[in-house]
Write a protein that binds this ligand. Structure first.
Ligand SMILES: [Mg+2]
Length: 147
């Protein structure tokens, strides 16, 4: 599995071009995903040059290394990129539809293989009505959205 992960607003709080504060458990979760699964982690960010180097170094100092940075594989260059779109199975980005789940939720979604299941976006403590953890009749998704 190839996972592309954003930096600003995803691994650290959004303070670009500065480095924000680490979002709780972001780096620990990414390291654990690397340890537990055969996956390639790609840093996928708008950062370039000095700002990009700072982000990579920030992660490296905390023990997180990426398979590739802003590319499909380490040897890829901007001039020789095919296809133009990054070939990732999954993107973790604070601009996801639905926003960025907690990193614990992200780990569980990937570990359980439920990362394409919209219901898994809702953790039980965030929304009992949708997940039906409190018992009673479960609402359908459209009813949940539109009342
Ligand atoms: Mg971002």
């Amino acid at each position: 599995m190839i996972i592309a992960v954003d930096f600003d607003g995803t691994i650290v709080t959004h303070e670009y071009p500065n480095i924000g504060k680490e979002i709780p458990f972001a780096i620990a979760t990414l390291k654990k995903l690397q340890e537990d699964f055969q996956l390639q982690l790609i840093l996928w960010t708008v950062r370039e040059g000095k700002e990009l180097d700072e982000a990579v170094e920030y992660c490296r100092k905390k023990g997180l290394e990426f398979y590739a940075v802003n590319s499909n594989y380490p040897e890829e260059t901007p001039e020789h990129r095919e296809p133009r779109k990054l070939k990732a199975d999954l993107f973790i980005d604070d601009r996801n539809l639905g926003g960025l789940p907690d990193w614990g939720v992200i780990y569980n979604m990937i570990a359980s293989g439920q990362h394409f299941n919209i219901e898994s976006f809702f953790s039980p403590y965030q929304n009992d009505e949708f997940t039906n953890k409190g018992g009673g009749k479960k609402k359908g998704f459209l009813k949940f959205i539109f009342g």
